[in-house]
Design a protein around this ligand. Structure first.
Ligand code: NDP
Ligand code: MG
Length: 384
């Protein structure tokens, strides 16, 4: 296989926040973009497709009306088409899809022995055991793109697995953690979408505001680094300069830090172990605010729900993710309040009986069960 730093790049979720930044990085590195995938045909996709005239394109949902004729000749539809792109051997696949639909293409990339740059944490939530199995079985590579996990990855490069005693994930806390004066039952979608340090898609922005995103990242760290849940801690760090810490057995602590800029972890996933001049601005440490504090686990119960679901294992992480996706959508549609998101997810986790994740079908069933249970909780709340 070519050096990973030279392989063509497939960008899944090409119109999103991660996808757009991946294209910027690929252009800067002169990497060939061989494939693009999105959920739908959109003006944004049409514009991107024009920039990469020989990229294959896969779109999850069939079009509802007439589509651009140049695009029509190039596009394949359906989730199989997206998995097909991810499975083109000898490529580096960056998965920036939002939601559990990211799982199948992640598995396809690893089964083809590809390098997978994983932003789609839902792959690990919905099918963590399947992803780790596929990684072990086919000689592929999984390099995290989520900034905290990229930081951990970069801190442990060259260290024996047994050397790590603990990781500490940093959380900005989102727009409300530092504001004990704000009544969480009255915040609007607009307030919740205004993330203080990162510019991200809507789902992850709301998840950052509830701390559910950090709950997901605890589970993500468990699967990526094979750590027990009591080896994974979370601290609030409002300015997002430190992207995470790793503590080793001898008490030495390493951290990766710098300006928050997702193009850095994306680039590392494309070039590792090489480092190439990229787009990131130089870091000036003078005057940066390196304050840390404990998370408020009462106002933001989602964090401990993540630990509980992770420790329960089986279908619980998939249910957590699926129920949260439904709850976030209901909040954005003004059907429930911000403070009810965690309650809906808790109801859904209580309602779904435990079962193991052994196959893709069981992962998708766990996802579906979580969605149904969350929808039932939301319906019950609106009838109250
Ligand atoms: P966005 O909402 O900005 O973008 C989502 C992308 O996924 C869009 O291109 C969308 O296409 C595509 N998509 C949605 N559903 C499907 C589907 N079924 N099949 C194929 N493509 C689909 O999300 P983000 O970029 O913010 O997040 C993407 C992932 O990265 C998430 O898992 C998130 O947790 C993770 N992440 C994001 C970070 C960030 O800074 N944004 C940081 C760390 C992790 P369309 O435009 O057609 O809807
Ligand atoms: Mg993150």
């Amino acid at each position: 296989m070519d050096r990973p730093s030279l392989t063509p790049v497939i960008v899944l979720g090409a119109t999103g926040s991660i996808g757009t930044q991946t294209l910027e990085v690929a252009d800067r590195l002169n990497r060939h973009v061989a494939g693009l995938a999105t959920r739908s045909i959109s003006p944004r996709l049409v514009a991107i497709a024009e920039r990469y005239p020989d990229a294959r394109i896969a779109v999850a949902e069939p079009p509802t009306g007439a589509i651009d004729s140049a695009l029509e000749r190039r596009v394949e539809f359906g989730s199989e088409a997206i998995a097909g792109l991810a499975g083109i051997a000898g490529t580096t696949v960056v998965n920036g899809i939002v939601g559990a639909s990211g799982l199948e293409p992640s598995l396809a990339a690893l089964e083809a022995g590809n390098r997978l740059g994983l932003a789609n944490k839902e792959s690990l939530l919905t099918g963590g055991p399947l992803v780790t199995e596929a990684l072990a079985a086919h000689g592929g590579e999984l390099i995290p793109v989520d900034s905290e996990h990229s930081a951990i990855w970069q801190c442990i490069v060259g260290e024996p697995d047994a050397a790590v005693s603990r990781v500490v994930l940093t959380a900005s806390g989102g727009p409300f953690h530092a504001r004990a004066d704000i009544d969480l039952s009255s915040v609007t979608a607009e307030d919740a979408l205004a993330h203080p340090t990162w510019d991200m898609g809507p789902r992850i922005s709301i998840d950052s505001a509830t701390l559910m995103n950090k709950a997901f990242e605890v589970i993500e760290a468990h699967f990526l680094f094979d750590l027990a849940y009591d080896q994974i801690d979370v601290v609030i760090h409002p300015k997002s300069y430190v992207h995470s810490f790793v503590e080793f057995r001898d008490g030495v602590v390493k951290a990766e830090l710098g300006e928050p800029d997702m193009r850095k972890p994306i680039q590392y996933a494309l070039t590792a172990p090489e480092r190439i001049t990229g787009l990131a601005a130089p870091f000036d440490p003078i005057g940066v605010d390196l304050a840390f504090s404990v998370p408020d686990r009462e106002r933001f119960p989602a964090l401990d729900m993540g630990y509980a679901a992770g420790r329960r294992g089986g279908n619980a992480p998939a249910g957590l993710n699926a129920a949260d996706e439904i709850a976030v959508a209901a909040f954005l549609a003004h059907r429930i309040g911000f403070h009810e998101i965690a309650g809906v997810v808790a109801d859904a986790l209580d309602a779904v009986p435990p079962s193991p994740i052994l196959t893709l079908a069981s992962a998708l069933a766990a996802d579906a069960a979580g969605r149904i249970a969350a929808a039932e909780s939301i319906a019950a709340r609106s009838n109250r």
